[in-house]
Design a protein around this ligand. Sequence first.
Ligand SMILES: [Zn+2]
Length: 408
Amino acid sequence: MILRAKYVMPSSHEVFENGAVRIVNDEIMDVGEFPRVAQGQGEPVHDLGDIALLPGFINAHTHLELGDLAGKIPPPASLTDWIRRIIAVRPEDADAIHATVAAGAEASLRAGTTTLVDITATGHSLAPLMASQIRKRVHFETLGFDSLRSEQSLQVLRSRLDSAGRDDLTTIGVSPHAPYSTSETLYRECVRIQAEQGLPMCSHVAETVEEEEFVRDGSGPFADLLRSLGVDLDDWAPKGVTPVQYLHKLGFFESSPLLVHGNYIRDDDIPILRDLNVTVVYCPRSHAYFGHSDHPFEKLFALGVNIALGTDSLASSPSLSMLDEMRFIVDRHPHVSPERVLTLAMLNGAKTMKVRARIGGLRSGWKADIVGVRIPPGASRVPERILSDEATVILTMIDGKVCYQAAD
Ligand SMILES: [Zn+2]
């Protein structure tokens, strides 16, 4: 099968006019200008017309099971306030979560997302995600701060890992939630599980200054929150370092995990993240919702840290659209080029999925995970037009299969 389009972009920095992608089964066999790609093949050609074909978007951070909370929690004064609200309203019913997660996966496909990295606290997200054609990595979340809760949480995690299904589009991971909610012992157990089973890891780290205060000094709003939840902090010894440095000492970064948020990564944290190939996941609109200081993504990028993009959950973000996230960056940071913004959602996201995943670019021998975007006419560069408000996703292909196609 050959897909033909006015523009084909193997990466954010390359554009073929009158381009084509040749696909056999789940793989890309050739990419380039249409006459050369089509010559002598005799395969069916699907001419998609005046659109751009590019690598499918990779949403590196979601919690689809929180989808029903869309618009229900106004921006809070602090993360601890928000957590109190979430604890009160978070969904637990399996059937309801299945429906919410299925809807989130569908919305993601319509938005051109071909790979999702999802976190599930309940474990209920896995089944509906496996039923979806989207490529996904599902992280089972674990948390607990005192020894009893840590032990219980670890048992639940191990049993979920033992019973979790796998298939070609599904990878299982683990997510110790955050340094203020997950004990040192539990983080160490996650490092052990990673070493035993080779599972990818992710964690919310350096999200707030209050988290840093808690890790450094053992004080502040997170200490108050934990005590109010009945957690005994007698065993918690302040670490005197940043959250990144604390987790580094536990060996958590050795497996090159995802570090979600990283809003308050400090200068002396950066060499650790760069040298251990940790990917920082920036969630632009969720970051703005919480009113954080400017995110250091440009500095991290300049210093060699891999930055990917995520939408976060609908509890703190208005949609699951990666195009919307990218437009938001273009709007707030106009000096960052559209090419670089697209890279965050394509190749940089793919780097988190390990090299063998062969996604994030349109290359011979890579997976046929492709998005088709109808872009407005104009003289500006194609990447700029892809990120304009008028652009719309009309095709999402994963593993060579059409998973979404807009009606004409
Ligand atoms: Zn999150």
